[in-house]
Write a protein that binds this ligand. Structure first.
Ligand code: ZN
Ligand code: ZN
Length: 555
């Protein structure tokens, strides 16, 4: 039976380029998942967009003397370009700067307000007497009360990682003009999160299929108790508060960005010509998955579900498979210190599939994993090229030259060959089970085990040696290899879409590999092959030193 799968993907801040930590954490996993489900014939809607609000963006705009919208538009374009090159197959990648998103956000705000899940209260906010404005947390700097380093911000100390609020800073100052801020009362709206604690706790207790890190983190958070949270700010960049007298305030970004999943679905429905179509992914029998990095867990397992419960009539998340972090060359990734590998930089010099391969087989699913250029070259040369690529290339080349460019006709099958084909077929079921539960690392490993096995089989059978004496025996083992290779192209398709499509064509199949479905496609005897080309290329070891030296330098 066809299933319906909604895939929400974390919204990247449009204030900087994407880096490999984000790709491994939140962007590659949903793409693998979406491609797998689409190949299964399931209906998939995968959406995300750039988060174009928030103070990190306005600060960057001020530093560069631009408007926040200009910066956001530049990065949005860059994101779209990166998705296309890396093959991240969103059904819609929009932004929080659309009229549709503002409308959907204001509707949720007003509905929660009418149901008394949002209320008005005053809070004390830093105010700069010189700039004559309220200062968002990040606009206040000072000395950290915990580690006493200077340059701590009103929301966090980067040195010791302690979350802060502006009132805690020693010698606070306005980061625009340097004046000492005063504290003034300001009226704001609050989300009554406390109201949802029991309902959330009951709901979370039923989610035994969640990853243990996500489940434990969420339970701890709920057991510690929830606090109502302010959802408006004294800023002028963002979505207007739809209430009179709040012209100088905006809806705060953490409340608004999660609504993007819903607004993007509505935008997708409108552009498909059926504006009610979004309902089929938000109501009734649908599983909703949210792919995020672990720093985003509470927003997706507590805040967003609470908002959905309050609003009513929309599905709660089915799973939130948050990943752990990717370190770079053994060090914590840091964008401010430029200790990162930037995606556009990578894509300007290398192919997408080797990166997708490394980040899949080394995915930070249950613990942090490390990216190093040495590992990148090793995985590419020893696994993609030597194990999989050479298997494909030597078989296709030999068959092409010795069998008139066509799939040979097998005679009787030998038991060793049949066992290999059976193993490949069984691997579909193994992978099915793993992919369905978002165990991507194990899934790709089981496909690679089949490639290993096929190499061993060919080494034993040595069709290149026996063809002179027994052409049929050579044809038999080569046919077995072609069948297994054809299985591999499908099994690896969610992970390596570009090379799988290429292999699909080299094997003489037409059209899009995804349309052939998640199942074995047997090459027909006599089927015409395309002239062989290697799927992957070997990388020069010299790049390890070069690339490592660039770390911390490029942006
Ligand atoms: Zn500190
Ligand atoms: Zn100031």
């Amino acid at each position: 039976m066809k299933e319906r799968i909604f895939i929400g993907v974390a919204w990247p801040y449009a204030n900087g380029s994407l880096h490999l930590g984000q790709i491994a954490g939140a962007y590659l996993p949903p793409d693998i998942f979406a491609r797998y489900h689409r190949a299964k014939g399931n209906e998939v809607l995968m959406v995300s967009g750039s988060d174009q609000h928030g103070t990190p963006l306005t600060i960057k705009a001020e530093q560069e003397g631009k408007k926040p919208g200009e910066i956001a538009a530049e990065y949005h374009q860059q994101f779209l370009d990166s998705w296309q090159k890396l093959g991240i197959s969103f059904d819609l990648f929009t932004s929080t700067e659309t009229a549709n998103h503002a409308e959907v956000t204001q509707d949720i705000f007003l509905t929660l307000l009418n149901k008394d899940y949002i209320y008005k209260d005053t809070m004390s906010q830093p105010y700069c007497p010189q700039c004559q404005r309220f200062l968002p947390d990040r606009y206040v700097e000072g000395t950290c009360p915990y580690c006493h380093s200077s340059g701590a911000r009103g929301d966090q100390c980067d040195k010791c990682g302690q979350p802060l609020n502006p009132a805690e800073l020693i010698e606070p100052r306005c980061r625009i003009c340097g004046a000492t801020p005063q504290f003034k009362d300001s009226e704001h709206f609050f989300l009554r999160l406390t109201e949802f604690r029991d309902r959330l706790l009951d709901w979370v207790k039923q989610q035994s299929h969640w990853r243990p890190n996500v489940l434990n983190f969420t339970m701890r958070y709920l057991e510690d108790g929830l606090k109502d949270r302010a959802i408006t700010r004294d800023i002028d960049w963002g979505i207007p508060v739809p209430v009179d007298g709040f012209d100088n305030k905006r809806i705060y970004v953490w409340f608004e960005a999660v609504i993007g999943y819903l607004s993007a679905s509505k935008e997708w429905a409108k552009s498909s010509g059926d504006s009610e179509k979004w309902r089929s992914f938000w109501q009734g029998d649908v599983k909703s998955y949210y792919f995020i990095g672990k720093d985003n867990i509470p927003f997706h397992t507590i805040v967003w579900p609470a908002m959905l419960m309050g609003y009513g009539d929309l599905n709660l998340p089915y799973d939130v498979p948050a990943n752990e972090f990717l370190t770079i060359e053994g060090r914590k990734l840091s964008t401010s210190q430029n200790w990162a590998v930037w995606l556009p930089d990578y894509l300007s010099r290398y192919d997408p599939d080797p990166l997708r391969y490394l980040l899949s087989i080394n995915m930070p699913e249950t613990g942090d994993t490390d990216f190093s250029w040495r590992e990148f070259v090793r995985r590419n040369n020893d696994e993609l090229v030597a194990t999989y690529g050479n298997l494909v290339h030597r078989v296709l080349t030999f068959v092409y030259r010795n069998f008139d460019g066509c799939v040979p006709t097998p005679g009787k099958s030998d038991s060793r060959g049949q066992a290999l084909i059976d193993k490949a077929k069984d691997t579909f079921d193994t992978m099915d089970n793993l992919l369905y539960r978002c165990h991507f690392k194990e899934a790709i490993r089981s496909a690679m085990a089949v490639a290993h096995e096929a190499n061993r089989y060919l080494d034993e059978k040595s069709p290149w040696k026996i063809i002179k004496d027994d052409r049929q025996a050579a044809a038999d083992s080569l046919y077995v290899a072609l069948v297994v290779i054809s299985h591999l192209k499908t099994m690896l398709y969610p992970f390596l879409p570009f090379s799988s499509q290429k292999l699909h064509e080299l094997l003489g199949f037409d059209g899009n590999i995804e349309d052939y479905g998640w199942q074995p496609h047997l090459p027909a005897p006599g089927q015409k092959l395309l002239p062989p080309q290697p799927l992957f290329s070997k990388l020069d070891e010299g790049l390890i030193e070069e690339e490592t030296a660039r770390l911390g330098q490029v942006n």
